[in-house]
Design a protein around this ligand. Structure first.
Ligand code: F0G
Length: 458
């Protein structure tokens, strides 16, 4: 069979409100050419993020009814803890309301001023929480990760030589932990190999530096390992996950991704002393250690989601549908980060729109055009998000890349939705010379992309 079908039937539907191009042009102008400011009801296909946007299964909804809402030691907590331990294998499982809460607690207990934390690439909340704790967040991706067109089966890998050099340079005593993000979201949703994790562990171990995994998309990463890494094809996804996490001392997790739920997260560790301090902090802001900012019903939904995400028919459909979109637009000439990642396709707007200079926001201009053309909401990862001001001259500086991310919610859209997205992108690509840049008219002092207002240049 050539066609890989969605391995589910649809039981509940949510209508999409159709809009015309003229309507969308008015809506986006009123929103200051900022897609974060557009009402979700005015979006046809929402590819802003894969986080918290999954469709839950009938079993998960049934779990929502079964949820035990006891304040302390609820049944749902133990189900959740068993599910997490069964996959990740860590001794301590601490629920949090989402991934960044786990990050804040982890960095608060492990880091101090002057510390250094390496990662393949820190996600922006990870970086922000690390820096907030006074540590320096250092990204050490392999060289291929910085070249959108370069092919590599594990483009999310960490540069292990750079890791060893960093330890030599700053000294192990200044590195309280090393992190690795699977898959590497900021690097294009690219996987990390088992061999790379093993090698990182071997470098850290003699120095006594613990390894933590940012596990958001762990199952997608395990699927890539099964497909691409030598000797892994016959192993189950669960076995591969157990090996990935066996090298680690703990993990942070946003359940909003690979636990197939709309809210939740957790922090794990094997270190009894750290766990105690983490739970103390948890009580301060998240809640009692058996619910950590979540309802009992959320813990049930996570426990079930973690089992469902390991199913091979699900993972095959998931990864194939992302690459289906990537392949369709690549075949038409659209430049993307290659190869397609697990949860998203990243269009290289710098390569597609060379006539728009970075300071005129080419990736944002493309995202706006996709909205006007077809009501698709994507996210700019370029100069609007990561541009900086020169601290001395005040001159505006471009971001490192100009990308438009199309993140695919799990189990939400069908193949015909993705066909529609591909057609829209190809249509826009064919008249790309006519796309014009934008100018900022308002920006907040930090994280400006959420609230910025822009204006098209003539
Ligand atoms: N780590 C990674 C790799 C992530 O992608 C995210 C969230 C987080 C941590 C934080 O988790 O949102 O539950 O607090 N990524 C979302 C995205 C927001 O759109 O990529 P959170």
């Amino acid at each position: 069979m050539k066609t890989i079908i969605e391995p589910f039937k649809i039981k509940v539907v949510e209508p999409i409100r159709m809009t015309s191009r003229a309507e969308r042009e008015r809506i986006i102008a009123e929103a200051g050419y900022n897609l974060f400011q557009v009402s979700a009801d005015d979006v046809l296909i929402d590819l802003l993020t894969d986080s918290g946007t999954s469709a839950m299964s009938a079993e998960q909804w049934a779990g929502i009814m079964r949820g035990d809402e006891a304040y302390a030691c609820s049944k749902s907590f133990y189900r959740f803890q068993d599910a997490v331990r069964g996959i990740f294998g860590f001794r301590h499982v601490i629920p949090t309301h989402q991934g960044r809460a786990a990050e804040r607690i982890l960095f608060s207990v492990m880091c101090k001023q002057g510390d250094v934390v390496p990662n393949n690439t820190h996600f922006d909340t990870t970086r922000a929480n690390c820096e907030y704790a006074g540590a320096e967040a250092v990204d050490l991706p392999i060289a291929e990760a910085r070249q959108p067109a370069a092919l590599h089966p594990f483009k999310g890998n960490m540069d292990t030589r750079a890791l060893a050099a960093l330890i030599d340079k700053v000294g192990a005593e200044r590195i309280p932990l090393c992190m690795i993000t699977v898959t590497n979201n900021s690097g294009g949703g690219q996987p990390v190999s088992l061999a790379n994790i093993r090698e990182i562990k071997a470098i850290l171990e003699p120095h006594g530096i613990p390894l933590y995994i940012d596990a958001c998309r762990f199952a997608e990463n395990a699927w890539f390992i099964k497909q691409r890494e030598e000797g892994q094809a016959e192993r189950s996804i669960r076995e591969i996950c157990r090996e990935m996490f066996a090298y680690a001392d703990g993990c942070t997790m946003s359940a909003k991704k690979d636990a197939l739920v709309n809210i939740g997260g957790f922090l794990c560790t094997n270190d009894d002393r750290l766990a105690e301090r983490e739970r103390d902090l948890l009580i301060l802001t998240e809640g009692f250690p058996t619910y950590g900012g979540l309802a009992g019903r959320d813990l049930e939904a996570i426990a079930t989601g973690l089992e469902e995400v390991l199913r091979e028919d699900y993972l095959q459909y998931r990864i194939v549908s992302t690459s289906y979109l990537g392949q369709a637009i690549t075949d038409a000439g659209v430049p993307i980060i290659q190869p397609p990642g697990g949860h998203a396709i990243y269009i290289d707007a710098a390569a597609m729109l060379p006539h728009i200079p970075p300071l005129e926001f080419p990736a944002q201009a493309l995202a706006i055009e996709l909205y006007n053309e077809a009501g698709i909401r994507s996210v700019e990862i370029g100069t609007l998000m990561f541009g900086r001001k020169d601290p001395e001259s005040g001159e505006a500086l471009p971001g490192p890349m100009e990308l438009v991310r199309l993140a695919i919610p799990r189990r939400v859209y069908t193949q015909s939705h993705l066909d529609y997205v591909a057609e829209a992108i190809i249509e826009v690509y064919q008249r790309r010379e006519a796309i014009r840049g934008l100018r900022l008219v308002y920006e907040a002092p930090f994280l400006r992309h959420f609230t910025a207002r822009l204006e098209p240049l003539d």
